[in-house]
Design a protein around this ligand. Structure first.
Ligand SMILES: [Zn+2]
Length: 370
């Protein structure tokens, strides 16, 4: 393929432009293609674990472009901070941080808004990073519609105001683009404008999310979250607000950072009734459905009065602790017996609802009962 698609293709008039870039870049594209097909065939034959994957497809046309240079492509970080790229030249770089070690490859990305990024692959020693002392607290995280999230003790992370103002800008810009004639200069200008807004949203959202994640992990040794379960009217895919979109990024960031910093991270089944469950007696007496969304305070049949979010956080935290204990229990059993034991597939771990109604929970020992 390398011979046909690179060497010979370069000689044809319609592919002559391939000569303009470094051959390493073309070889990398072939290597990516090779990896995708290999993964597909391995998945078919059962050699590859995990869900079945399909054959590679052509990339959706977008305005984002990327090339990857490897070490044998002779890219170099120069002493004066510039980056030398084959067939491109020495490029000035605004470094976001110092490279911790010699990079093995660099990917240069041109975004839809026309900005360029260089992304390096480096090897780092992880052990040195995880030497910090662990805090003792644990928290559940209740993601919500009104506030972004509620933490232990009713501590609220508000949804940032810029979500709303940027959302308005985005809508307007999208409408403008839709009105422009195809392939016109006006359309290209409108496209760039929209792309810039998208990038600004991404930058500000990522920055904000990083700060929230950092603050949470600084204070907590364990975090328990509900798997993405946006409470509220189910809207069409296109109508998701920036607030809703941010949840996915929040959870994946939290998970990876928690792992890197040696914290416990547990996802709870999205059907766990964190809002309905009374944290005092364990009955499912809380607000339900759409009507329940507006209820902030409620009283259970057992007499307990709950703030909806505080109650939900407590339920999430207990369920998370229980799941973490179950996992730790397995590890201990395995160590003691020296052999592998079958993971617990009984209802307790799989179905948090089972046994709830017959077996009310004590307030202080929720996870011990189950
Ligand atoms: Zn109750």
């Amino acid at each position: 393929m390398s011979k046909r698609l690179i060497t010979e293709a370069k000689r044809t008039p319609e592919r002559a432009w391939l000569v303009e870039v470094s051959a390493v870049v073309l070889q990398q594209a072939l290597a990516d293609c090779d990896r995708a097909w290999r993964a597909f065939f391995d998945s078919r034959s059962g050699k590859r674990p995990g869900p079945k994957i399909g054959p590679p497809r052509f990339k959706r046309r977008s305005h984002r472009q990327a090339v990857r240079f490897t070490r044998n492509g002779r890219f170099r970080v120069l002493g004066d901070g510039r980056l030398r790229l084959p067939k491109i030249g020495d490029v000035k770089v605004a470094w976001s941080r110092e490279l911790p070690s010699d990079p093995s490859s660099v990917t240069v990305i041109k975004t839809a808004a026309g900005r360029y990024y260089a992304s390096f692959v480096v090897a780092v020693d992880e052990d040195a990073a995880s030497q910090e002392p662990l805090p003792e607290a644990a928290t559940g995280i209740d993601l919500g519609l009104k506030d972004f999230a509620v933490l232990r003790g009713g501590k609220v992370i508000e949804s940032p105001k810029f979500f709303r103002s940027l959302e308005r800008k985005l809508k307007r810009s999208q409408r403008e683009l839709a009105r422009k004639q195809r392939c016109s200069a006006n359309r290209e200008r409108a496209r760039l404008k929209l792309a810039r807004i998208h990038e600004r949203i991404r930058d500000r959202r990522d920055d904000w999310l990083d700060k929230q994640v950092k603050a949470i992990l600084e204070e907590n040794q364990a975090v328990y979250v509900e798997d993405l379960n946006v409470k509220g009217p189910v809207r069409g895919r296109g109508a998701k607000s920036l607030h809703d979109q941010a949840f996915g990024g929040f959870l994946s960031r939290l998970e990876s950072k928690a792992e890197r910093r040696g914290r416990t991270f547990v996802r709870i089944d999205r059907f766990f009734p964190s809002t309905q469950l009374c944290s005092a007696c364990g009955s499912l007496s809380g607000p339900k459905g759409l009507a329940g969304l507006k209820i902030r305070l409620w009283q259970c049949g057992c007499g307990a009065v709950h703030d909806r979010d505080v109650n939900a956080e407590l339920n999430i935290r207990r369920e998370g602790q229980r799941l973490a204990d179950v996992a730790a229990g397995h590890a201990e059993t395995r160590n003691a017996s020296g052999g592998r034991i079958r993971p617990d597939t009984s209802g307790a771990a799989r179905n948090p609802l089972q046994g709830r109604n017959e077996e009310p929970l004590g307030a202080g020992a929720a996870h011990a009962v189950l």
